[in-house]
Design a protein around this ligand. Structure first.
Ligand code: HEC
Length: 137
């Protein structure tokens, strides 16, 4: 009987530990499910999403210092974490896609970047784009 009780306690503690670990895992903001290769493909489409919105490459170049309509994305992953104090590169890049006017790159005008990707694209597609942008160091 005593053995059984001890075993029960051990199992309960183990279960609680697993629950606690699971909880902290889901708080993790890393682009866990982001697929950079899929993001790369999506980024290079000239038309994107069900509303046939303009694709990223219609406004952004990957050549350094080349402005099409928006800033070049060459090295954007490296710059991204320096723009806003307290924001990681991933947070900044995600925000730049979902709410483009939240922070405006110096020298550019608000309202020019397409504003509805947050509703046009699926959360998975946004994760993929962020994962791709994070490779542009
Ligand atoms: C109609 C033109 C246009 C399209 C299309 C567009 N952007 Fe932009 N984007 C801009 C402009 C202009 C800026 C600079 C103003 C600002 O900060 O919002 C910008 C800024 C950004 C920034 C911040 C860059 C930096 O150096 O800090 C990111 C990241 C970005 N865009 C990602 C994307 C992605 C990903 C797509 C495609 C899903 C996209 N953009 C489509 C015009 C566009």
């Amino acid at each position: 009987m005593r053995k059984f009780t001890l075993l029960t306690i051990v199992l309960v503690v183990l279960a609680l530990t697993l629950v606690a670990c699971g909880g902290s895992d889901s708080d993790d903001t890393a682009v866990a499910g982001g697929d950079a290769a899929a993001g790369d493909a999506l980024y290079h489409q000239t038309v994107i999403g069900p509303a046939s919105a303009p694709g990223c490459v219609t406004c952004h170049s990957l050549e350094p210092d080349t402005v099409i309509v928006g800033p070049s994305h060459a090295g954007v992953a490296t710059r991204a974490e320096t723009y806003v104090a307290g924001m990681s590169a991933e947070e900044y890049l995600r925000e730049s896609i979902m709410t483009p006017d939240a922070h405006i790159v110096e020298g550019f005008t608000p309202g020019v970047m397409y504003q509805n990707y947050a509703t046009d694209l699926t959360p998975q597609e946004i994760d993929n784009l962020v994962a791709y942008l994070l490779t542009l160091k």
